[in-house]
Ligand binder design. Structure first.
Ligand code: FAD
Length: 352
């Protein structure tokens, strides 16, 4: 049953398919709500049978209440109507936490909602927890700890919003673990009353979309298929600055091919132009959680490792025995990757 103080996820969907990050966030919302002893909510907007059919799937992944805004004019994401919808729902129902995927849409919508509600927002969190916070003689209980690398990755910052509600954060895809669907879960679907008016309506307790909210019209949506599936890969073989050149990446590719894996890269290798951005692993690339991660010539910066701690096994190959990657790796080989990788390939092929 919906109540003030719930933990919400603003769900992103395209053609009735929920974004994976929204489902991942529902799992974490469920955990946070469990700590707080409250319920979970999912905000879902769209206009098709497929969108309506999504509600049970959201409940199965952790939502107790789905707020469904089922309207033709909300069929595609548009910044102004969606901001009015989410801000209006928050004002009406008073959740204490609202989470968004750090997608193009989430990064557009969340700051607008934060501004409309005069509250804060932490972008690209790599962890979310509940905890107490004391400052200037005051203690605030059960706040959302919004955790992310800051100052160029030199610190891991815990950001809190003690005085403004809701507490809001965006999280990138792959950072939270996808919850199993539990089809035995039950929940409520609340149909959100949304009105439309040609002129602005000053009312805090109604959600009224005005014609000026639709000043922008979506003419065409072009979606490129992902060419590299780093997130779903069981084995990722990544190269960094230590690879030395674009040609050097052939060695990384060969090891990936030999192991049936996908090629990843550090941002420095991408910035050097040795490999495309779609291969970048980390905070501003793709969060990976494969069974086996092989880091070749990568120092192991906090941004590169963002979200990777739960990788089953990390194997690091680095010529510097003091490289930070060795402190998180399960297996380490201190040596020149140009010598080590061919030996690994040979050993694997001969099943040594
Ligand atoms: P380096 O740090 O230069 O390390 C190269 C390593 O190769 C060294 O440890 C060296 O000992 C080793 N080496 C050299 N030669 C050899 C050899 N022959 N054999 C074996 N080892 C060798 N980085 C990411 O990767 N992903 C991100 O998403 C990301 N996002 C960022 C976001 C922000 C806001 C910021 C500020 C930075 C971000 N970075 C990211 C950059 C990050 O901080 C590091 O600069 C980057 O990861 C370093 O890449 P690297 O390990 O390849 O290079």
């Amino acid at each position: 049953m919906a109540s003030p103080g719930d933990v919400w996820v603003v769900v992103e969907q395209h053609d009735g398919v929920a974004a994976e990050v929204s489902l991942e966030l529902l799992g974490r919302a469920r955990e946070l709500a469990g700590r707080l002893g409250v319920g979970t909510g999912a905000v879902l907007a769209g206009a098709s049978e497929a969108v309506r059919a999504l509600a049970p799937a959201l409940i199965a992944r952790g939502a107790d209440t789905v707020y469904l805004a089922d309207r033709e004019d909300l069929g595609d994401y548009l910044a102004l109507p969606y901001t009015r919808l989410v801000a209006g729902l928050v004002r009406t129902h008073g959740p204490q936490i609202v989470l968004y995927g750090a997608t193009t849409t989430g990064r557009d919508l969340a700051p607008r909602v934060a501004s409309a509600l005069r509250t804060g927002l932490t972008a690209d969190c790599t962890d979310l927890r509940i905890g107490d916070f004391s400052a200037q003689g005051e203690t605030y209980s059960d706040l959302l700890f919004q955790i992310r690398p800051a100052f160029g990755g030199n610190i891991i910052a815990t950001i809190v919003s003690p005085e403004h509600k809701p507490q809001m954060a965006t999280v990138r895809e792959g950072v939270m673990v996808m919850p199993e669907a539990d089809d035995s879960r039950t929940g409520t679907v609340v149909t959100v009353p949304v009105e439309r008016s040609s002129a602005p309506v000053a009312s805090a307790d109604r959600i009224v979309l005005t014609d000026t909210d639709f000043a922008v019209r979506l003419v065409k949506r072009v979606q490129e298929e992902k060419r590299v599936d780093l997130k779903g890969a069981r084995v990722v073989v990544s190269g960094g600055v230590g690879v030395g050149s674009r040609e050097g990446f052939a060695l990384v590719e060969e090891l990936a091919r030999t192991l049936g894996g996908v090629v990843g890269a550090s941002r420095a290798a991408v910035d050097a132009g040795w490999v495309g951005h779609e291969h970048q692993v980390g905070q501003t690339g793709t969060t990976v959680r494969p069974k086996l991660y092989i880091a070749c010539g990568i120092s192991g910066s906090v941004q590169h490792r963002a979200g990777m701690d739960q990788s089953a096994r990390i194997l690091a190959i680095n010529s510097d025995p003091g490289a930070p990657i060795f402190s998180v790796a399960h297996y380490g080989i201190a040596g020149d990757l140009h010598k080590v990788i061919p030996l690994l390939i040979q050993a694997y092929r001969t099943k040594a």
